[in-house]
Design a protein around this ligand. Structure first.
Ligand SMILES: Nc1ncnc2c1ncn2[C@@H]1O[C@H](COP(=O)(O)OP(=O)(O)OP(=O)(O)O)[C@@H](O)[C@H]1O
Ligand SMILES: [Mg+2]
Length: 211
């Protein structure tokens, strides 16, 4: 089963936001998805509780059980797993990277975040798996900020995903309301960015294009 790990050693970089939006986008396009929350704070799982029956399914897993959790969800018919990881946690990040076919590293384009990208790059770099930095919460009209952040990532040997997420209220609100951007603001830019990222991800993991 295609498995995407969302990894960044920096707190607040957008891991949970990205994991939940990706999981929901997959579900909306008819791909049965599951978000595996490996963060002891269980932020993604709490979001799942608020949503009740609305997909995607969110399950929690300690790092050592990620493999077993994946086997279990596959048996239940899940077609795509997205693993959310905590910051500053080598075990969860390492095990998630091991389980992944594709690794996404959300990063805010700010000095402190870019500085800590080096630690994440070391952790994911040795895996030999496809790794992409996803620039997140990018301010409007910030082409120089994007270029500078991309140069830092590429200098660390990381590729930069062609789709980025802007700094958007719809993403911020989603944490509080248990909704994803397409539910709270269907015509908004955040929803369009998520859709573009999902189309890009599904091509990366070899799932045929769809809705
Ligand atoms: N693109 C964005 N635009 C606006 N707000 C955002 C964006 N991405 C994330 N946020 C907000 O930033 C905060 C941190 O995001 P999130 O919880 O996804 O980060 P995280 O990497 O999972 O954090 P942690 O490391 O603590 O698990 C949340 O309040 C979230 O709503
Ligand atoms: Mg988180």
């Amino acid at each position: 089963m295609p498995t995407v790990a969302i990894v960044s050693q920096k707190g607040g970089s957008g891991k949970t936001t990205l994991a939940l939006h990706l999981g929901a986008a997959a579900a909306y396009s008819g791909v049965r998805s599951c978000v595996i929350d490996t963060d002891p704070q269980a932020t993604a799982a709490a979001w799942g509780d608020w949503r009740g029956e609305f997909l995607p399914e969110v399950v929690t897993s300690p790092p050592a059980r990620i493999g077993a959790t994946i086997q279990k969800v596959v048996k239940n018919g899940v077609e795509l797993a997205v693993i959310d990881t905590p910051p500053h946690a080598d075990a969860a990040a390492r095990e998630s990277v091991k389980a992944a076919d594709l690794i996404l590293v959300p990063t805010r384009p700010r000095a402190f975040d870019l500085h800590s990208l080096e630690t994440t790059a070391e952790l994911v770099g040795i895996s030999g798996k496809p790794v992409w930095v996803v620039l997140n919460a990018v301010p409007a009209r910030a082409s120089k900020v994007i270029a500078d952040a991309s140069a830092v990532a590429e200098g660390l040997g990381l590729k930069v995903c062609p789709v980025l997420f802007g700094e958007r209220a719809a993403f911020h609100r989603s944490a509080a309301t248990g909704e994803v951007a397409r539910e709270s603001d269907p015509e908004g830019k955040a929803a369009a960015e998520v859709d573009a990222l999902w189309q890009w991800v599904r091509a990366q993991i070899g799932l045929p294009a769809g809705a």
